[in-house]
Design a protein around this ligand. Structure first.
Ligand SMILES: [Zn+2]
Length: 321
């Protein structure tokens, strides 16, 4: 048995920055490759990490902001040609992620949208997204097989919406079981990420140990309970003070505090969850020269007795045991 975590990209927020790829992580469980989020550059980072596209089994989406799913189309479409074996097409890549929210979140006086895009389906879920990717790339999927031997496009992907009750402060969640087979058990809870409802955190339990991905979240008890006793907690970090010093106003900062866990809080989360190792990811600010790795680690480790790791390039590898 061998389980390995590989960070493919660790940048928070959609804006591309030099020197750090968009948010995406891989968990390899006995040669099965499971991806958590598919941000900017994820397919290239997957190749550069030496991972095998024929082993890609599933993608677990934490939420449907573009920095987490922007390169999902590429992750499905670029390796399509190799998704075949002696017996025909490989098993479809499974994509798991949030379902449609019960209602389109409303704005307020400060934060609101002008135009509602696609009013007939303004807040599509994961299965909707994957369906729309296939529809949008129908040209490629229908025409490419006429010029090259391609596996059946109908076998490329299967999407599954995860229905987790929306996060609320006063109700303790029971984690939803997403996958449970001989090699891995995947569970999820809803976390608090502003108006991004639902947003999910995932826990992966394997024979070698357990790895938890916070997704994007403010501090909340459901994530801490999900992460309890895990070997590795991969947790997002934001430096709100940095954002304040660089011009974010009070309203923006207040909203940011509902979206993200500040770097000064993340050590306390890891300590309360009693995880063995805290690995930082989804850095905000994402520019590698804005804050050094040592500064991130130092501040994030406050109040945490385990080990804290950082990784500026998004190439870190770690084993749960
Ligand atoms: Zn994000």
């Amino acid at each position: 048995m061998a389980t390995e975590l590989v960070l493919l990209g660790t940048a928070g927020a959609p804006m591309p920055v030099a020197g750090r790829g968009g948010i995406s992580s891989a968990l390899i469980v006995d040669e099965r490759v499971l991806l958590i989020d598919c941000g900017r550059g994820s397919p290239s980072a997957f190749a550069e990490a030496g991972l095998d596209f024929t082993r890609l089994e599933a993608v677990f989406v934490t939420h449907l902001h573009a920095d987490h799913v922007g390169d999902l189309p590429g992750m499905l479409l670029y390796p399509w040609g190799v998704r075949t074996g002696q017996g025909g097409p490989l098993a479809p890549i499974r994509v798991y992620g949030p379902s449609r929210p019960p209602a389109l979140p409303a704005g307020d006086a400060v934060f609101r949208r002008e135009t509602t895009i696609c009013p007939e389906l303004p807040a599509p879920g994961t299965a909707d997204l994957v369906g729309h990717i296939l529809a949008g790339y129908a040209y490629h999927l229908n025409v490419m097989p006429l010029d090259a031997r391609m596996p059946d496009a109908g076998a490329l992907v299967r999407a599954t919406d995860i229905t987790a009750p929306a996060w609320t402060q006063d109700r303790t969640q029971v984690p939803v079981v997403v996958v449970d087979d001989a090699g891995v058990r995947v569970t999820a809870v809803a976390v608090m990420h502003g108006r991004a409802v639902p947003a999910l955190a995932y826990r992966f339990d394997t024979a070698d140990g357990s790895v938890v991905f916070s997704g994007d979240t403010s501090v909340n008890a459901d994530l801490i309970a999900l992460a309890a006793g895990a070997d590795i907690l991969v947790h997002q970090v934001a430096d709100l003070d940095y954002l304040r010093r660089h011009g974010m106003d009070d309203a923006g900062l207040a909203r940011m505090a509902e979206l993200h866990t500040d770097v000064t809080q993340v050590g306390g989360v890891a300590e309360r969850a009693a995880v063995r190792e805290l690995i930082l990811s989804h850095y905000l600010p994402a520019e590698p020269d804005a804050i050094t790795d040592a500064q991130w680690a130092d501040r994030a480790g406050q109040g945490f007795n385990g080990r804290t790791k950082t990784d500026v390039t998004g190439k870190l590898r770690a084993k749960p045991a």
